[in-house]
Structure formats: structure tokens, C-alpha cells
Design a protein around this ligand. Sequence first.
Ligand SMILES: Nc1ncnc2c1ncn2[C@@H]1O[C@H](COP(=O)(O)OP(=O)(O)OP(=O)(O)O)[C@@H](O)[C@H]1O
Length: 250
Amino acid sequence: MPSPDPGDDETPAHSPAIELRAVTRVYRDRPALGPIDLAIPAGEFLTVVGPSGCGKSTLLSLVAGFAPPTAGTVLADGAPVRGPGPSRGVVFQQPRLFPWLSVSGNIAFGLRRLPKAARKERVAELLAMTGLENAARLKPYELSGGMRQRAAIARALAPRPKVLLMDEPFGALDAFTRERMQEEIRDLWRSTGVTVLFITHDVTEASTLGTRVIALAGPPGRISLDARVSEGLREKVEAAIRDAASARAA
Ligand SMILES: Nc1ncnc2c1ncn2[C@@H]1O[C@H](COP(=O)(O)OP(=O)(O)OP(=O)(O)O)[C@@H](O)[C@H]1O
């Protein structure tokens, strides 16, 4: 009789895209986060909302691998996170594009290991996906705020990360651009199947944009609510936002 494979229970395909096990983070003796237990299945669009200082960015930086947890474990696809990696793309509130590179150059930056033809093809794909075809040669200072953020999203998606980590990505945009970007990020999420962890302090954004919302209270940040977003509500709020936007444009 064949013996059972001892690794079966740990098959990465069954692991959540991201998992935090009893994670805490302390800065200079001051607890900022945790303990947190959280599993984010692949393909989920999770929004994290909470007041300023409750630990949202700390949570994201631990998942990104920018900082280690003080205690506990952060896992990506079942493997401990030991630093930043190409499977986790990050988008910040300020786009942080390289000012000396064009939009194409910025998108291509993380693709240096690809052969030239494949790199060109992937950049073209990302430009089309984010509606930046006509801005390919422009430098960041020549872009609007929304275009800059789209370029940053394209750059983060270029290496096909499994997880996209977004830290208040639309916080610096005007309300109109922000609504458009919210629709666009949902379209990108649908078309790429990427797992999204999206930080916001905007309650409406948190409760309508994703498939699941967690609220943090703190510091130290703890999960005070973990709820599934009702599909019906989201569609209704999206339709209302679209109507409001087209009424304004008319
Ligand atoms: N590098 C750091 N050194 C020391 N303390 C820090 C550091 N980063 C964050 N903190 C502290 O940890 C706590 C959580 O901060 P964090 O930035 O994660 O909160 P946040 O919810 O993202 O806030 P905001 O919405 O204002 O961005 C705060 O008390 C903050 O002062």
C-alpha cells in the first residue's frame, strides 16, 4: 500500500495567498499591531479600514516584507515572508515613480530579466490595461495624478504578482478621479485574478470596493470587524457612483 505523502496537508495550492499567525509588531517598546490572525484566500479583494495610527500601514509593510513581525509569522502562499519579493506588488499613496524614466521605462523596470521582445510585449499589455497607451513616452511630471497612479499600478502588476498591496492608493486624488480609479482597480482585479489587500481610511471605499472588509481598532491594531461585502450592495453603490459621475460630466 502506498504510504501517504506527509507533505499533502501543506500543498501550497491549498494555502491562503497571505496568512498572518499571531502576528505582532512593536516599535521602540510601543505595540503598534496585534496579535493578528488573518487568512486571505487567493483571489480575494480585502479592504482594511481604520482610524489614523491604528496600524494599517504596519500590517501592509509586514505582508510586503519591508519589516519583520516582532512575534508571529507572515506567510505568502504557505511560505514565510522574509523580505520583499516579486510575488507581492506594492502601490503607495504617492506613486513613487522614477522621475527620470518614461511611463514605459517605469513599467519595464521590474522586467529587466525578461528578453527584450517579451519585455516590450508585457509593457504594451500593461499600458493597454491601464489606459496609458498615449502616455508611454511621457515622464511622471507630465502626467495627471490619476495617470501617475495608473502608471504605479501598471508597474506593480508588470511582474505578474500574486498579491497586490495598496496603501491608500487613491487618498491623494480628487473625488472624481478617485471614483474612476476605484472602477478601474476592480476591473483589473477581475481580469487578472490578483489577490488584493487595500488599505483605506474611507469607510465607503472600504465597504464597497472589495469582497471582504476588516476594520482595525488600535493601536495596537486588532481586527474589530471581519465582514463579507454584500454583492448586491456593492453593485447598487457602484451604479449610484456611476450615475453621479455621468450627471457631473453632462
Ligand atoms: N517606523 C516607526 N517607528 C516608530 N513607530 C511607528 C513606526 N511606524 C509606525 N509607528 C507607530 O505605529 C502605530 C501604527 O502606525 P501605522 O502607520 O501603521 O498606522 P496607520 O493606521 O497606517 O495610520 P495612518 O492612517 O495615519 O497612515 C502608530 O502609533 C505609529 O506612530
